[in-house]
Design a protein around this ligand. Sequence first.
Ligand SMILES: [Zn+2]
Length: 259
Amino acid sequence: MFQAFRKWRRARVLRHAALPEALWREALAALPFLALYDAAELARLRDLVVLFLDAKGIVGARGHEVTPLQRVVIAVQACVPVLNLDLSLYEGFENVIVYPGEFVPGWEWEDEAGVVHRIDDGLAGEAMPRGPVVLSWPDVEASADWDEAGMNLVIHEFAHKIDMAGGDANGCPPLPAGMSVGAWRRTLEAAYDDFCARQDRGEDTEIDPYAAESPGEFFAVLSEVFFADPTLLRHEYGDVYAQFVRFYRQDPALRVPPQ
Ligand SMILES: [Zn+2]
């Protein structure tokens, strides 16, 4: 019954909330990586974007006014990881908040000695458990061209959301039937340990050293690399790449034209 309701609702949203063709074209032009997607993938992505924008508010903060194009550009990138999965992975929060620049998060935490800490450095993005995804617009713009950076802020934060759909952001998202949690953990842990050892040795890695921060950040950063520079991930951590292909049900390296 619930499934049938969802299907009905989905069809209704797609019928009534279509994305204007000109705006979609503009978003495609602003995101050059989409040139590699085939027509069927783009059609599916467009439907997901409509559904995503129907379900989530994308709201400006600190005076930032979110334009229609910015909404679509953010939604497209948020939907890339779930292109072959389900938008229900993004349930449990309502808004994406967009700042005009880096922001200082409002939260504090207390350590074991009872000392209260605050983050004073600005952040480019944040995904709060059961709360919004927060993004700095200039940082979204800077990472929209994957060819240049091999990084993607929006995918990073939404990978945290996917991770959190399984509980804490610990690098272990809810795996589909047929995938082994043990194999996932072993593969990710071995790669994480290796990556941390390389950082400790002072190696200059192509993958962002921030991935060494925690298993949760490792998953989010490697998810960025998986979509933005797939051949790099396949080359550096082939076992993780293979797990991600099964998890995300995409093989982005196949989209990359041979050099
Ligand atoms: Zn992160």
